[in-house]
Design a protein around this ligand. Sequence first.
Ligand code: F0G
Length: 458
Amino acid sequence: MQLPYSESYKIKMVETIRKSTRGEREKWIRDARYNLFNLNSDQVFIDLLTDSGTGAMSDIQWSEMLLGDESYAGARSYYKMKSAIKDIFGFDYFLPTHQGRAAENVLFSTLVKEGDVVPGNSHFDTTKGHIELRKAIPIDCTIDEAFDTELIHPFKGNVNLDKLEEVLKSNRAENIPFIVITVTCNSSGGQPVSMKNLRDIYSLAQKYHIKVLFDAARFAENAYFIKKREEGYQDKTIGEIVAEMFGYADMMTMSCKKDAIVNIGGFIALRDEELFKRASVYNILFEGFITYGGMSGRDLSAVAQGLYEGTDFNYLETRIKQVEYLGGKLIDAGVPIQMPIGGHAVFVDAKRFLTKVPKEEFQAQTLAVELYIESGVRSVEIGTLLADRDPVSRENRFPDLEFLRLAIPRRVYTNNHMDVVAVALINVWERRNSITHGFKIISEAPILRHFTVELDRV
Ligand code: F0G
């Protein structure tokens, strides 16, 4: 018999989590104004709000924390991270930042101005926010297949090259600061971009003299999918695939809280020295001196180690198989999810789940609240609340995809936890037709409203 698959690590330290009663959860979520971000973490049993900064560091990463050099300038930890970035991605220049959106803030302050357009594949919300804050316009060029959740396509993060070329053709080059490619693409369901697509985007960009930026939060998961799904890559190592991928980028921003498996950290990496110097000014202004940029020395060291661990094939297989395990249970029960299953999360199609709830009453948020009351599992809405209002008309934007995301933290939960999540969601699925109303907004922020929005039942 073939040996079954199992985790590529064992557990050295544990943290207690507690169950609660349905009555307690009903009160807590009402007190939280039906916003799961407002819950106290002790009110949560299994926390699938995000895979960002919630991973478990390894014993080696923890020892790197003790070796961290806290010098203000030129710390050893900075050089460790610089050398890992050069080794893994091939970039000569880098600026540390405290997380991914800080990297966007620094780089976009350098490059994006009012009236610009920024094409890409379903920009992440902070990326979109940083573009729109500067009165520039993000343009989504993702392939149409990504918006049909039932359709199986191996690379739903891909860009439609015709849509992209149309944007490049119809705007002046000086109004397109860069094309941003998110690998894997979070907003379309943790879906990967193929190597062929990355190569084609880069050659199109060169034809029009436009730079390509990778939003690389989950670059290693993207490389894993290329190895598994794209012809010609089965025998390549993750390291070789990553090196080729980043050969098709001029610069990158990264939230290290994902594939570098740390609790905080980010960076910008570049090839162009002149651009590095311009961005350094903003880095010093917003983040800190260019050799620490909002991170402590120990954090820089943990990132350097985490980048290597995050690109280890055995680790990636453990991780992605766990997400597949949860997704498989939901598929077997008939729960509608984005197919195929994504890298970091299972994305439940709330439009097809809660068909009786009007879209104006926030279907995915309604489902998130129901799942929490059912089980104490915290998930997150990736739908109408997150899409914010149109910056000009101030009308609600109804995105093509209305998702409930079950994001799996790295190296944190076991498959027994996944079983609890699956049963909880299947219980809600079985009583879905009795859920006919959702929520209305009581108060909201003008941008990135989903973090702080207050809701009440309709
Ligand atoms: N880009 C992508 C693709 C992301 O998913 C995120 C964060 C960021 C940039 C911003 O990074 O949080 O370090 O500032 N995503 C988290 C999530 C918040 O839950 O998906 P950050």
